[in-house]
Design a protein around this ligand. Structure first.
Ligand SMILES: NC(=O)c1ccc[n+]([C@@H]2O[C@H](COP(=O)([O-])OP(=O)(O)OC[C@H]3O[C@@H](n4cnc5c(N)ncnc54)[C@H](O)[C@@H]3O)[C@@H](O)[C@H]2O)c1
Length: 250
């Protein structure tokens, strides 16, 4: 309890999956949480659950690829809670297709949400963090951003670019005590992956390529994100934290 006491955190894509697990854990650890997602009903449910558990939260419909929405979310957060200490750029999508079958529209959509969305979040939150003399940004990349992934070229490209955008941000804003790190989940049981895990061939491949051969839970990621969000990691910036059962060690 209290590892994020007095902190204000914006978490995108927090209506379900990993973002929801992070929102619930952050609130339990004392943060005031801003829950955002394009799934408005789910946002409401997460906010209600946090409040029922005695925490503090507000929620917004928020498409991370829209700069106007980012400006509004940051403004509303500062109006309500006075500052932003933590930004978790978690929202993401994937399209499973061969590169030569991927349309430009599909490519752009994945890039707009996974990469431009995180860029816009940082662009509009960093000035608020600078005024507050510090902050912690966590960008949710993927193992696909470390080692490459099969059958999802725009996803892999977006997550690889997010990894280096994170390091560039860490270097440039350390002088303002703003830290920026990326987290690289392996295969985690969430709505995003539910179809993959009913595929027997995929599961066999996964198990033979992962030293800890089971699927991660959203909470496994949330625990790592909590560490990076908290002051316990105050000397940590520009790192890439794989949480993936040893997948990238092989
Ligand atoms: N599940 C995995 O195995 C896995 C592995 C590696 C990385 N990741 C990454 O983890 C993050 C969380 O994914 P998840 O597994 O919880 O999946 P998820 O599908 O449950 O969560 C993604 C959330 O992002 C939201 N979203 C989609 N488009 C949006 C937009 N334009 N603006 C705002 N929100 C939007 C969705 O509504 C959803 O709630 C993603 O960035 C994903 O790429 C997931």
């Amino acid at each position: 309890m209290g590892r994020l006491a007095n902190k204000v955190a914006i978490i995108t894509g927090a209506g379900g999956g990993q973002g929801k697990a992070e929102a619930l854990l952050f609130a339990k650890e004392g943060a005031k949480v801003v829950v955002t997602d394009v799934q408005e009903e789910k946002v409401k449910l997460v906010v209600e659950e946090i409040i029922q558990n005695g925490g503090e939260a507000i929620g917004f419909f928020h498409d991370v690829s829209s700069e106007d929405k980012w400006i509004q979310v940051v403004k509303d957060t500062v109006e309500k809670f006075g500052k932003v200490d933590i930004l978790v750029n978690n929202a993401g999508i994937t399209i499973q297709k061969s590169l030569h079958e991927t349309s430009v529209a599909e490519w752009n959509k994945v890039m707009d949400i996974n990469l431009t969305g995180a860029f816009l979040g940082m662009k509009h939150v960093i000035p608020v963090m600078m005024e507050n003399h510090g902050g912690s940004i966590i960008n949710i990349s993927s193992i696909a951003g470390l080692t490459g992934g099969s059958g999802a070229s725009p996803y892999t490209a977006s997550k690889g670019a997010l990894r280096l955008l994170t390091k560039a941000t860490a270097i440039d804003y350390a002088k303002h005590s703003i830290r920026c790190n990326s987290v690289h989940p392996g295969y985690i049981e969430t709505p995003m992956t539910k179809d993959m895990f009913t595929n027997e061939q995929m599961m066999t491949w996964f198990k033979s390529n992962t030293p800890l051969p089971y699927l991660g839970k959203p909470e496994d990621i949330a625990n790592g994100v909590l560490y990076l969000a908290s002051d316990e990691s105050k000397f940590v910036t520009g790192i890439e934290l794989p949480i993936e059962g040893g997948y990238s060690a092989v």
